[in-house]
Design a protein around this ligand. Structure first.
Ligand code: M6R
Length: 589
């Protein structure tokens, strides 16, 4: 999704901005731009396409500037729709969506103002310019009072040298000061991270002014407030491929480590003692999440219900918030989000909390927005995930959730074991190399079905999401027993099928669906913990993954599907780290 950087110091701003934008590239974007202030005017460079197109910035004068990578929502990807947008005295960059932009634009047009782009963002520049009388923070505040929707905004004004003002509402934004006294801002810490950087995560409604080496933060009534700064971990600044061709595959290989790092002992660890109590007393668990995190929620709910017999429902965060949800007394809501910034998940979590739920956030990013909302924060230890397609974060989420299941089961007097999963994941990773030889069947397929029952069904959905996301091949994850109720009509000899069989009680039932697909000419592949099924005539080839506590098997069975998606993507000639139309963190609704 869109990214923002800002710089205010003594160096040339442009190279700093461009370096920052490069660090945000992995998040997905379609155009980029920077604006610097110089002698009461602007130096503006913006282009459709990659950040590289902006050059190195060395010839762009000015010590103060803002930069942006755009992921189009309103208006096609183009140079004129790229940010910054300049109007009158003002230049702005914006992340989010201004929902009342049409109405505001009408108002500006009636005043005789001309628009240079089709974006919703440009109205912000018009409004700030209208309200600007030399006090940039006040003008920004007057503007935000007129906006509905979500935004992180950074703004420059020609009449306010050495100054950037910024504001946040439902879209992440941090302000920071480095050891050299330079001031920075960014939508994501990695854009500006360096050793010793002091960072403040702005909250909704807050405005910050970066000026003369100082950061001043105001609340929504423009009262100065004292905000806490934390020292950022320099490691997040420079994600490296370490010899791998792509982040996605590097991250798949990190799965065993990510899992091992994400398994606190909830029964013993003092940091979680209050949370553990709440978990043991919960009468009902509701999980809200999106995409891959939603799939990890489905897998966890299956294990919670099967092993702990506690009712557990999983909701797509984007649906939860609009269905007027009932939050029963004693409900524990788990919001799962790798980034901690997904707008739908944040909104669902907020609503659950407002309705009386105890809210625990499971996220991979400390200091992300969800951590400030939740009653309990549980960090997964996957390490920074750069590839848009989530892999190791999924396994890390499962590791934490299964550790929770194990702890709750222990409280109930039942013994289950998940601590062996990281070592077993390493074996699954090794076995997964075999799926690369399946690739030609998938690049040539008209459509692909992933089938499973029980916990395998959720892994099928995740495998399908991975394949769609990076190889653009139409695919569905399907409950194997449901195939015959309609979807079987799509299966023919141009269909490839991957069946996942790790649950003994439904193994033969999934094989029935496999047979139905095979009988219609589909090429069927198998990921299984039971080698005997691989020898059946319906199966072209199979991968055997280790056995474990059955309800926990998704953490192992998903790995071959992640490797398959990666391999098919490469064979199709696409870049797995930068899938079209997608962004790493989805900060708009
Ligand atoms: O950061 P989050 O976990 O909240 O992100 C949720 C989804 O946007 C994310 O999992 C998405 O589906 C991934 N690109 C899937 O690979």
């Amino acid at each position: 999704m869109c990214g923002i950087v800002g710089y205010c110091g003594n160096r040339k701003a442009a190279p700093v901005l461009i370096a920052g934008l490069k660090k945000l590239e992995y998040r997905g974007y379609d155009s980029a731009g920077i604006a610097t202030l110089y002698k009461g005017g602007y130096r503006l460079v913006k282009k459709k396409g990659r950040v590289e197109g902006l050059g190195d910035g060395k010839d762009v004068k000015g010590n103060v500037g803002i930069g942006h990578t755009r992921w189009a929502t309103h208006g096609a990807p183009s140079t004129r729709n790229a940010h910054p947008h300049v109007f009158g005295q003002v230049a702005i960059v914006h992340n989010g969506i201004i929902e009342n932009a049409a109405e505001l634009k009408k108002e500006c047009l009636a005043r005789g103002e001309k628009f240079a782009s089709e974006t919703d963002s440009e109205v912000i520049a018009h409004l700030i310019n209208r309200f600007y009388r030399g006090d940039l923070a006040a003008a920004l505040r007057a503007c935000t009072q007129r906006l509905t929707g979500s935004y992180a905004i950074a703004v420059l004004a020609a009449g306010s040298p050495d100054t950037i003002a910024c504001a946040r509402q439902k879209s992440p934004l941090v302000v920071a000061k480095n050891r050299a006294g330079e001031l920075l801002l960014a939508s994501d810490i990695p854009a500006v991270a360096e050793e010793g950087l002091q960072v403040c995560t702005l909250q909704d409604g807050e405005i910050a002014l970066l000026q003369n080496g100082e950061i001043t933060v105001f609340d929504s009534t423009m009262r100065r407030i004292n905000r806490d700064f934390f020292v950022c971990d320099a490691q997040i600044s420079a994600p490296a491929k370490n010899g791998y061709e792509h982040f996605m595959y590097k991250e798949i290989t990190e799965i065993p480590f990510a899992m091992r790092n994400s398994m606190p002992d909830f029964t013993q660890n003092q940091d979680f003692s209050v949370f553990y109590k709440v978990l043991c007393q919960a009468k009902y668990i509701e999980i809200v999440a999106c995409g891959t995190a939603y799939h990890s929620g489905l897998c966890a709910a299956y294990a919670f219900e099967k092993i702990c017999r506690i009712p557990c429902r999983v909701s797509l965060a984007s649906e939860y918030r609009y269905r007027d949800p009932i939050v029963p007394e004693g409900a524990l809501v788990l919001a799962i989000s790798q980034s901690g910034e997904t707008a739908d998940t944040l909104a669902a979590a907020q609503l659950a909390k407002e309705r009386g739920a105890c809210l625990a956030a499971l996220t991979n990013v400390g200091h992300s927005s969800i951590t400030t909302l939740a009653d309990f924060v549980i960090l997964t230890g996957a390490g920074q995930e750069v590839a848009v397609a989530a892999t190791k974060s999924f396994n890390a989420q499962l590791a934490t959730l299964y550790a929770m299941v194990q702890a709750l089961a222990a409280h109930q007097g039942t013994k289950v074991e998940c601590r062996d999963l990281p070592a077993l994941a390493a074996l699954s990773l090794k076995a997964s190399e075999r799926v690369r030889s399946w690739t030609p069947y998938f690049t040539g397929a008209k459509s692909v079905f992933f089938l499973g029952r029980g916990a395998d069904c959720f892994v099928a959905s995740e495998g399908s999401l991975k394949l769609k996301e990076i190889s653009y091949i139409p695919s569905e994850g399907y409950a194997a027993g449901e195939l015959k109720h309609g979807t079987l009509a799509l299966v023919d000899k141009e269909t490839a099928v991957v069946a996942v069989i790790t649950q003994q009680s439904v193994a033969q039932k999934t094989m029935n669906a496999v047979h139905e697909a095979y009988a219609r000419g589909a090429k069927v592949f198998l990921v299984t913990a039971f080698p005997e099924y691989g020898k059946r005539e319906e199966i072209v080839d199979h991968v055997v993954i280790p056995t474990c506590e059955e309800a926990f098997s998704p953490a192992l069975s998903v790995i071959p599907l992640q490797v398959l998606a990666y391999s098919v993507c490469l064979a199709c000639g696409y870049d797995p780290d930068k899938p079209r139309n997608l962004a790493k963190s989805v900060t708009v609704e």
